[in-house]
Design a protein around this ligand. Structure first.
Ligand code: CA
Length: 246
């Protein structure tokens, strides 16, 4: 993901402005709301791609790698909650869900499914922009707090990269998710159901084998095995923990 940054914008005649801008994909089928949201964010200097359907929006997220997504839940081609799941399958980009369904249970479900924030309709441009800034501030903390260090491991949550003793590891999305979650609780045993809920974001229904397979791939990339652990220690019947071998 492209990190949000302060960009130097040259307006000519020696006029240079430093704007704190973000790139945003808006997915909204209602033309009036889409226009309002686009204008509100463009006026603040954000760079906006606006799409009217779920699939076009998803394509735009993949193509443009935005800093943030504003997602309407009621879309004509595919339910917004499903679009959220598809975005989460390929990206950790912050998502603000725009919903007319302001029931608490629905909102909690969406936040659990990986939404970062929500805004209820009807909303003003000012309100949307304030939510965008709030979410960007939160994601900035992750980006600027630097990589997590565990022994010779360096895990950069913002860039989604992992280095081991200075060498970049090629991890797939699940392997990265497992390692990042374990790294957030170094030295503590994490159960398989918790790992499954955090990384797969699905209810735990016998995903034990899936986790074990991904853990064994991760171990191989870390240069260890379950029998000879270095970073990943299995605690029989409980779960697994990331330890600092030094
Ligand atoms: Ca709609």
């Amino acid at each position: 993901m492209t990190p949000k940054s302060t960009r130097r914008v040259d307006f000519g005649w020696g006029l240079v402005k430093y704007l704190s801008m973000a790139s945003v994909v808006i997915i909204e089928d209602d033309a009036a709301i889409r226009g309002l949201a686009t204008r509100a964010l463009c006026e603040r200097g954000h760079c906006v791609w606006a799409e009217a359907t779920g699939f076009a929006g998803l394509q735009s997220v993949v193509d443009n790698q935005p800093d943030l997504v504003v997602l309407d839940l009621g879309l004509p081609d595919v339910d917004g909650a499903e679009v959220l799941g598809m975005i989460r399958a390929v990206s950790s980009v912050p998502v603000i869900v725009a919903t007319a369904r302001d029931e608490e249970a629905e909102i909690v479900k969406l936040l659990d499914a990986g939404a970062d924030e929500y805004v209820t309709k009807p909303f003003s441009g000012l309100e949307l922009e304030a939510r965008v800034r709030a979410v960007l501030r939160r994601s900035e903390v992750v980006e600027t707090s630097g990589p997590l260090k565990v022994g010779g491991l360096s895990i950069d949550l913002g860039a989604r990269t992992v280095d081991l003793d200075g060498d970049r590891l090629e991890l797939n999305r699940k392997e990265f998710g497992l390692l990042a979650h374990l790294a957030s609780r170094v030295g503590q045993v994490v159960s398989r159901p918790e790992l499954y809920a955090e990384v797969w974001r699905e209810p735990y229904g016998g995903g034990e084998k899936t986790i074990d397979v991904h853990l064994s791939w991760l171990r191989r990339k870390l240069g260890e095995t379950a029998a000879r652990p270095v970073y990943l220690e299995t605690v029989r019947g409980v779960g697994v923990k990331l330890v600092d071998p030094s």
